[in-house]
Write a protein that binds this ligand. Structure first.
Ligand SMILES: *Cc1c(COP(=O)(O)O)cnc(C)c1O
Length: 221
């Protein structure tokens, strides 16, 4: 997509989003040049799901010190240190062991990542995420982790739900976040962001709606 189309799509998405819902530009599968084009318009927050790909682009864009990088992929235990060095926010933590590891390594690295906990609110064999009951059970342990700032929940709607079912799912996510006194809800992608926003999303993660189809097809977390 050329810079003009990108600009037009970004402007119309920004106009459609209420101030409470921020746009995370999911740039996985798209080149650094596209990120640079969006940054020139004022987009600051970018999401990536593969560490090596993200590091390559971050290096190319090192002059853009205003950029905020969000990790949205499935985080492997052996990548935690790399991710903490390169990303300020992680959307996709889905086990106590992983959160403990993130907190321990963040302490060593002297950083304090903002994290969101990925929840699975409907059965979905292809996605990670906490069952809400399990999350409530470990919540006291999570709250005690010294080097993680838990700011919200993240969810991905399974494919094939009707719009009203997605809306109900996103409302459940908002409700659970409110119950846990968490302000952020990262929910809504290119195909379902409107329902997520009406249910109270504070971050929508948009890839193809913004950049067009990815050149390298990748699975979501
Ligand atoms: C790729 C990805 C997105 C963006 O997907 P689109 O459908 O292209 O908007 C959002 N969230 C996660 C976790 C992803 O992996």
């Amino acid at each position: 997509m050329d810079a003009h189309d990108l600009s037009r799509r970004w402007q119309s998405l920004m106009a459609a989003l209420p101030p409470s819902a921020r746009l995370l530009a999911v740039s996985k599968g798209h080149p650094a040049a596209a990120i640079r084009d969006l940054a020139a318009l004022g987009q600051v927050a970018f999401g990536e799901s593969r560490v090596q790909e993200a590091l390559r682009k971050q290096e190319e864009l090192a002059d853009l010190t205003q950029l905020q990088w969000h990790f949205i992929g499935r985080l492997q235990a052996n990548k935690v240190r790399q991710v903490l060095r390169a990303f300020g926010t992680i959307h996709s933590l889905d086990s106590l062991a992983l959160c403990e590891r993130v907190s321990r390594i963040a302490g060593e690295e002297r950083c304090q990542p903002r994290v969101m906990l990925q929840v699975k609110l409907r059965p979905d064999p292809n996605k990670g995420g906490w069952d809400p009951k399990d999350l409530r059970q470990v919540w006291p342990d999570l709250q005690r982790l010294p080097h993680c700032s838990i700011v919200g929940l993240m969810t991905i709607a399974p494919l094939g739900l009707a719009p009203e079912e997605r809306l109900a799912l996103f409302r459940d996510c908002r409700q659970l976040a409110d119950d846990l006194d968490l302000s952020e809800c990262s929910m809504g992608m290119s195909g379902d962001w409107a329902e997520a926003v009406s249910a109270g999303a504070t971050w929508v993660r948009l890839g193809s709606a913004l950049f067009g189809e990815r050149s390298v097809q990748q699975s979501v977390a």
